[in-house]
Design a protein around this ligand. Structure first.
Ligand code: CA
Length: 168
């Protein structure tokens, strides 16, 4: 099993070219993995990012409160999953960047079959807290669909050499 499938709970994890991406200022990458989550045979960088909160563009024309308005922490940051295709020289192309998560992600990894595993906390607990849940997601073609969510308290996620997910 190559390092390409490893993610882990720190940015020192073996995330291949994802470590040298030239990302926007203000992006706090909490966790990353270099793996094929979209199922097309080519790996992507899957990042857990906390960044300054921004509303959906459409909300500017709406008088109703945005449904994602509360999805941010005390610093004003919201958590997102970003799927980026790395290009030479640290450049990248957005494959998919999700809207502000209701349950923010502190750590992620990708299983050998392409399933995305995330540790989730709450905005009140913050980005450095242990998780309240572990979730598994599958790519649907236009985002990730939740497969399973369990109450799990952990700070790191790893895939063992046998392909088994370990939360600690
Ligand atoms: Ca892919």
């Amino acid at each position: 099993m190559g390092g390409a499938l490893a993610g882990g709970g720190s940015r020192e994890a073996n995330a291949g070219p994802c470590r040298t991406l030239k990302l926007p200022t203000g992006w706090d990458v909490r966790s990353s993995a270099y793996a094929d989550v979209t199922g097309d045979g080519a790996p992507e960088c899957v990042l857990s990012v906390w960044r300054p909160w921004a509303d959906w563009p459409i909300a500017r024309w709406s008088s109703r409160p945005s449904p994602i308005v509360l999805n941010r922490d005390s610093r004003g940051d919201s958590a997102h999953i970003a799927v980026l295709r790395p290009m030479p020289g640290g450049a990248y192309r957005n494959v998919w960047v999700g809207s502000a998560l209701f349950q923010p992600v502190t750590a992620l990894t990708v299983l050998p079959d392409g399933t995305l595993a995330t540790l989730e906390t709450t905005y009140a607990r913050g980005r450095q807290s242990s998780s309240v849940a572990l979730s598994l997601w599958r790519w649907t073609g236009f985002g990730f669909g939740l497969v399973e969510r369990q109450a799990v308290r952990a700070t790191t996620l790893q895939v063992g050499g046998d392909g088994v997910l370990m939360a600690r």
